[in-house]
Design a protein around this ligand. Structure first.
Ligand code: F0G
Length: 364
């Protein structure tokens, strides 16, 4: 039971716009309803008249936007009688799949690139008790194996090639429009496997036209800006790439599954793709933590790195309203965070009042 104000997940909130019926047993961890936070200090620092909001998806139950798609995918898998789900992952999908499988009391199998996922994501996936299969290969190879094995074993794929994932994730666009009263002018987000840009664009489109006999909410749609890590930027190259490399391991992907959908989002919205070095990505991550108190994971900060560059160049003009999706929580990747702050080592002192006073005065 819940009161009218108790958010019990995005399927419940947007059920009229999702492929479920009254008898569907919803598998949920109360995902969605994440904060849209307006940046206060960074716009002032860059001296531009822009409204920048971040959609902090790191505050979902497993700390990333994947939970939006996973509640739908696992709900439908269970409805269709599946007893096991499988995915390839750079870490967040695997954590989310494992959590929702635990909630549904079914099995989760996850293929991850050995040694290339952030520590927190591994810890989560272990705790949720998934069967973890580490491969000597990257995400793209894992994805091919998952597609192959699903034709041989009774498992449901819950990567974003599963259309229910996209349906769940499109609700982030609904929430943004509901919060702002209309779509933003620009929507910036990191692109890896390209499921999320596909989902946002679907959500914005559905909210801007009559869909399943539900009236449009707003006529407006944003320009979609898809940003990639320089070493893993197939959309900037214009072709799939082998051996993608970036410190932002979440988006270390060279062969995105939603290739055509992402191009459609770019073309239909009048948007663009661009790429950023690991240094630029880490600088944006640090800036957001240091000047706004918002700690996202490296891949997520690619959205802000991109927005800041395009605001500086005027490609995104002054007066614009911009939303950057922060796809995952910074706590997931403690190794990178601690490396980023190597110069800011904690001061170690005696446990005495004098020493504490000195430490404060030295650092004021
Ligand atoms: N940001 C984070 C934190 C991610 O984990 C991912 C994808 C993306 C951005 C890119 O989103 O793939 O929809 O374009 N992570 C997947 C995973 C691949 O396995 O967790 P996308």
């Amino acid at each position: 039971m819940s009161t009218p104000n108790h958010h019990i997940g995005l399927i419940n909130r947007y059920k009229a716009r999702l492929p479920i019926n009254a008898n569907t047993r919803i598998i949920s961890l109360n995902e969605g309803n994440t904060p849209l936070i307006q940046l206060q200090n960074i716009p002032r620092m860059i001296g531009k008249d822009v409204d920048i909001y971040v959609k902090f998806e790191g505050l979902n139950p497993t700390g990333s936007f994947k939970d939006r798609g996973m509640t739908m995918a696992v709900t439908k898998a269970v409805e269709e009688g599946s007893r096991a789900i499988i995915c390839a992952s750079t870490g967040n999908t695997s954590a989310s799949a494992a959590a929702y499988a635990a909630r549904a009391v079914i099995k989760a199998f996850v293929l991850i690139p050995d040694g290339k996922i952030a520590l927190g994501k591994l810890a989560q996936t272990l705790m949720y008790n998934a069967t973890i299969i580490q491969i000597n290969g990257n995400f793209d190879q894992g994805m091919e194996l998952v597609k192959e094995v699903a034709t041989h074993a009774p498992v449901t794929i819950v990567n974003s090639i599963n259309p229910y994932r996209i349906d769940g994730q499109k609700t982030a666009a609904f929430e943004i429009v509901d919060d702002l009263g209309q779509a933003p002018d620009y929507h910036c987000l990191p692109v890896g496997n390209a499921g999320n840009i596909t989902a946002y664009w679907k959500g914005y489109k559905e909210y801007s036209m009559e869909t399943n006999s539900i009236a449009a909410v707003t006529a407006k749609r944003p320009v979609m800006c898809g940003y990639q890590a320089a070493g893993a930027a197939p959309f900037v190259a214009g072709h799939m790439i082998d051996n993608p490399e970036t410190l932002a391991t979440a988006i270390r992907i060279g062969r995105p599954q939603s290739w055509d959908f992402a191009w459609a989002a770019q073309k239909e919205s009048g948007g663009w793709f661009d790429k950023f070095s690991d240094e630029q990505i880490l600088a944006a991550q640090k800036m957001l933590s240091q000047y706004e108190g918002i700690f996202c994971e490296p891949a997520s900060a690619t959205s802000l790195a991109g927005a800041l560059q395009d605001i500086a160049s005027g490609k995104i003009p002054e007066g614009s309203t911009i939303v950057c999706t922060l796809t995952g929580n910074g706590i997931k990747d403690p190794d990178i965070a601690i490396k980023q702050c190597a110069d800011a080592k904690p001061v170690t002192i005696d446990a005495s009042l004098d020493a504490v006073k000195r430490a404060i005065l030295d650092n004021l």
